[in-house]
Design a binder for this molecule. Structure first.
Ligand code: FES
Length: 82
């Protein structure tokens, strides 16, 4: 069975303003292009409490901060391989 991961994107106002709006778009496009919607559960989060380090992303419980859309996609691709 294919691996399934959970990606939590902080949708708090600080992270959203710092770039998570672009990251959300990029991740949604990536999942659609690669047909990964069944492998990745994408959920929005309210503030994760680390606004100054944003934009923040959590993949299966591991937090990533100050990420770019490219880095977010790379982390997701890596998590799917592991
Ligand atoms: S808004 Fe994302 S950590 Fe606070």
């Amino acid at each position: 069975m294919a691996k399934r991961i959970t990606v939590e994107l902080c949708m708090g106002s600080s992270c959203f303003a710092r770039g998570n709006s672009e990251i959300l778009q990029a991740v949604e496009n990536y999942l659609a292009e690669k047909g990964l919607s069944d492998s990745v559960e994408l959920v929005g989060h309210l503030c994760l409490g680390r606004c100054k380090e944003g934009p923040n992303l959590r993949i299966d419980g591991t937090d990533y901060s100050a990420i770019t859309p490219e880095e977010a996609i790379a982390h997701i691709a890596k998590a799917l391989e592991e």
